[in-house]
Design a protein around this ligand. Sequence first.
Ligand code: TXA
Ligand code: MG
Length: 322
Amino acid sequence: MAESGKDIEKAKSILKQDGLVAIPTETVYGLAANAFSEEAVVKIFEVKNRPSFDPLIVHVDSIEQAKDMVENVPEKAKELAARFWPGPLTILLKKKAIIPDMVTSGLSTVAIRIPDHPLTLDLLHALGFPLAAPSANPFGYVSPTSVKHVNDQLGDKIPYILDGGDCDVGIESTIIGFIDKEPEIFRLGGIPVEDIETIVGKVHVKLHSSSRPEAPGLLESHYAPLKKVKLKDNSVLEAAADPGEIGLIRFREMDPAVPETNQIILSRNGDLTEAAKNLFSALRKMDEMDIKYVVAESLPEKGLGRAINDRLRRAAAVNRRY
Ligand code: TXA
Ligand code: MG
C-alpha cells in the first residue's frame, strides 16, 4: 500500500526529485510526474506498463502557464479554455520545445488541461512546473476514481497518493483537437459535446479505428475490467444464460430476472452526471463479484450518456485477458 494523505509539501518534495505521486482530479486520479523531466516521465510509462507511443496529458495551473508550452493557438481553442478551464476538457495544441518528446510520444501536439481540484491546483501552484499525468491505472484497465482504486493496483509501485476524496466527474476529460483551426472531438468525456457546441458551434466527433490509432487511449478496446463485458441496448438477457452468472450494470432500475446482489444501478433518478460518477467503481466491483461476465445497459445517447456509452463499448471490445 502506498502512503496517502493531503500533504502537499510531501507530494512536492517527491515530484521535485523526479518521483511519482498519484493526484486527485475532478475526472479520475492521475499518475503524475514533472512534465519537464524525461527521467521522471519515463517512470510513468514503467509503472503503468504503458507503451511509449501513447502520449500523456500535461496538467497546468493557469492559462498563463499553458501559454509557455504551446504556440499557434486557434481562436476557438482560446474560447474553449476560457469557458471550461479549470475543468474536464483537454485541448491538443502545437507544442513548444520545452515539452519533452517523451511526453507527446514524438507528436507535434501536446494534450493540455487545467484540472478542477483544489488540492491539485494548490500542488501545481507550489511546484511551478506542470505535471504529466495519465490515469493512475495499469494500461488498458478502468481508470481510478478513489484512493482505494489507485492503491489496489499501483499501491506497491508509488510512494504517495494525494488524497482528494472520490472524483466528482468520474469519467476522463473530453479531448478536443484542431484540424485547420476547426475543432474535432478525439475522446468523449466529462464535458458533453452539446456544451462544447454552445461555445464553438457544430463539432465533428472523430471516429478512430484500432488499425490506425493516433493514440492508444482511443483504441477500440480500452478502459476494460478483467471480466468480459457485453453491451445491451435493453434489459433482454440471452435466454440460455444462467442469471446467477451475470453481473448487471443498469441505468435506473433492477432487472427482476437477475439476483439483486449481482446488480449495480448507476443512478436511480436517471441522472447522467451521477451515472458517470458511479461508472468506473461499478466496473471494478463487477471484477470482485462471483460472476462470469458483465452485461451493461446502454444509456441515453446524450450529454454524459455519450461518454458513458463510449467507455462501455470500449470495455466490451476488449479481447485481451489479464
Ligand atoms: O481526465 C483525464 O483526462 C485524466 C486525468 C488524470 O487528467 N487523464 C487521462 O489520461 O485520462 P490518459 O493518459 O489515461 O488518457 C489521455 C489520452 C490518451 O488516450 C492519449 O493517447 C491521448 O490522451 N493523447 C495524449 N496526447 C495526445 C496527443 N498529442 N494527440 C492525441 N491524443 C493524445
Ligand atoms: Mg487512461
